[in-house]
Design a protein around this ligand. Structure first.
Ligand SMILES: NC(=O)c1ccc[n+]([C@@H]2O[C@H](COP(=O)([O-])OP(=O)(O)OC[C@H]3O[C@@H](n4cnc5c(N)ncnc54)[C@H](OP(=O)(O)O)[C@@H]3O)[C@@H](O)[C@H]2O)c1
Length: 479
């Protein structure tokens, strides 16, 4: 296997991909013979590229670097220069790959990783084809990994997908949503379908509502160039949050086959209640953190949202009438991602008879980051002579239960591409269904020119977000 990383000198490669590949090597999970080839525009020696990789591993690996393991890893890391824009831009890359594969007795199976700005996905794929570097079928496999964002609206997403589909068949295409590689996200299906306690409750009979929070503590930082074009809805909701929602809401798949699972997730996306103008006005809140417009690289008149909250409905039999509240933003009080499933209240009798002291509802919380795990809030009697009911938590922490650090999402995802398992990757139809659903919001926002509501840095969004939930008689979970 040869992994060819376009954007081999970029930030993603430095911080995530090379450290992930190094950890897979330390765990003995990479194929015994392989090569990793970083590709960039400026020529660089293999040695210089290994120094760049070592710096990334030293700074960002979940394990401290081990010199012996590093030396054996570095021996199969290479660099190749290529100009994607040039007429025969990848011809020399093909020759270099052939030499590396020949010298290292590799069969020529390749993974092309697009760690590039999305505007370059199409041109790069075209050049790969022109240089005859892609086998659709035959003796050598060729796979492509595409990073998010896949487009910035439905048209651009379809254009990227069309460009890739001219050269790669859908089973060869791995669209990364790194959230899906996180242990706790994978655990959602295990929690639901390997435990008889939860699944019977996951429906409108027992669930009052669901909350999904993806909160970042940081501001826009150095990524204003990207973020100004994106905003919270594109950056988080269209991909990660709708994927989480799909996992929580999907029907039981009849097998663990990748396409069976992905079919069920698609059904959820197709069941999302369409957002018309009236629904956008009442069910979607956007805002900017105070000071965003003064950040370096941000337009002083920017209308880009750094926070969005939504009330969403999945209009199918299982979830009829159950609100899903989604919120995400930058400069929130803490970096947290979690899903909370609120069960319905017990009847207002017996222990729940006092109208001024209602019992807390049972809540199943799936913590995705940090401190991965899940907890179940239940009511229990306080010890003593009186019947005094108090909320208590049954709590499971991954770190405490399964010793050691969990693999990073990129480790799992890269391993799955090597193994040819697309379960945790987004299929074209799902990406486009998610874009179709968010488009009315983006289109409506595009016509609006008023400054966005603001929220102070370190707050849980604007007052409008609280009203969105409180107007339904519920509250955001205190995190
Ligand atoms: N960074 C992250 O944490 C992160 C997270 C999620 C998704 N992503 C996605 O991953 C991809 C890569 O992100 P990144 O942060 O690594 O980006 P980056 O550092 O800005 O760029 C990656 C590489 O793209 C190449 N490049 C940029 N403009 C080019 C041009 N006009 N022609 C040819 N090559 C060009 C550069 O290669 P050379 O200059 O070396 O030739 C650069 O090293 C993007 O799609 C991004 O949205 C990144």
């Amino acid at each position: 296997m040869t992994i060819v990383i376009f954007g081999g000198g970029g930030d993603l490669t430095h911080r995530k991909l090379l450290p992930a590949l190094y950890n897979l090597h330390v765990d003995g999970l990479l194929p015994p013979q392989m090569a990793i080839v970083g590709v960039g525009r400026k020529p660089m020696t293999d040695e210089a590229y290994r120094d760049f990789a070592k710096d990334g591993v030293t700074r960002f690996s979940r394990r401290p670097i081990d010199e012996g393991a590093w030396q054996s890893f570095a021996a199969f890391v290479f660099f190749a220069a290529a100009e994607i824009d040039a007429e025969q831009g990848l011809a020399s890359l093909g020759a270099r790959l052939d030499i590396i594969e020949h010298e290292h007795h590799l069969a020529g199976d390749r993974i092309y990783y697009m760690a590039l700005p999305p505007s370059l996905f199409g041109p790069t794929v075209k050049q790969l084809d022109r240089a005859r570097l892609v086998n659709r079928s035959g003796s050598h496999s060729a796979r492509i990994i595409v990073e998010k964002p896949i487009g910035r609206d439905i048209e651009s997403a379809c254009a990227i997908n069309d460009a890739i589909a001219k050269v790669f068949d859908e089973p060869q295409i791995y669209r990364i949503d790194h959230y899906l590689g996180k242990e706790t996200v994978q655990n959602i299906l295990v929690l639901r379908f390997a435990n008889s306690i939860f699944e019977p409750l996951f429906n409108q009979k027992y669930v009052d509502h669901v909350q999904i929070t993806v909160a970042e503590e940081e501001g826009v930082g150095t990524r204003a160039g990207y973020y100004e074009q994106a905003g919270a809805l594109r950056d988080m909701v269209q991909n990660h949050m709708l994927q989480l929602l799909a996992l929580v809401a999907m029907e039981p798949p009849h097998s663990l086959d990748a396409d069976v699972i992905r079919d069920e997730k698609l059904q959820v996306l197709k069941s999302l209640r369409p957002l018309d103008d009236a629904a956008i006005a009442t069910n979607v809140v956007r805002a900017q953190y105070a000071g965003y417009r003064q950040e370096p690289g941000v337009d002083p008149a920017s209308l880009t949202e750094t926070f969005v909250a939504l009330q969403v409905f999945v209009d199918n039999w299982r979830w009829s009438g159950v609100p899903f509240f989604l919120r995400t933003g930058k400069r929130l009080p803490q970096r947290t991602s979690e899903i909370s499933v609120y069960l319905k209240d017990v009847p207002p009798i017996l222990f729940n008879a006092n109208p001024s002291a209602r019992l807390d509802a049972n809540v199943l919380t799936i913590r995705i980051q940090p401190d991965e795990g899940f907890s179940l809030g239940i009511s229990s009697k306080r010890p003593g002579p009186h019947v005094d009911v108090a909320p208590v938590k049954m709590d499971f922490h991954y770190g405490a239960q399964f010793n050691g650090s969990s693999p990073e999402a990129y480790e799992r995802l890269l391993l799955d591409v090597i193994a040819g398992d697309p379960t945790l990757f987004m299929r074209r139809d799902a990406v486009e269904a998610a874009w179709r659903w968010v488009m009315p919001v983006l289109d409506r926002w595009a016509t609006q020119t008023a400054a966005l509501p603001q929220y102070p840095a370190g707050a849980w969004g604007p007052a409008e977000a609280d009203r969105l939930v409180e107007s339904t008689g519920r509250k955001w979970r205190a995190l």
